[in-house]
Ligand binder design. Structure first.
Ligand SMILES: [Zn+2]
Length: 69
């Protein structure tokens, strides 16, 4: 289950909630019942495809150094 982090805009308290993907986001602060906003997306989700980048830009051979007399 993904975890979401919220922060209250009224009292500033931060808390985490485990929610299903289809669950409605928390809108009320558990402390003061004020308005909360979600800070970050689901924690611990692995984004496939990114972060595994091979730098392949150094394949260009330097032909200028092969100078003949
Ligand atoms: Zn609050």
């Amino acid at each position: 289950m993904p975890r979401y982090e919220y922060q209250c805009t009224e009292c500033g308290v931060r808390f985490e909630r485990q929610q299903h993907f289809g669950d409605a986001p928390i809108t009320a602060c558990p402390e003061c019942n004020g308005e909360v906003r979600r800070l970050i997306g689901p924690v611990g989700v692995v984004f496939k495809g990114s972060g595994f980048y091979a730098t392949d830009s150094r394949k260009k051979t330097d032909e200028k150094t092969a100078s003949k007399d």
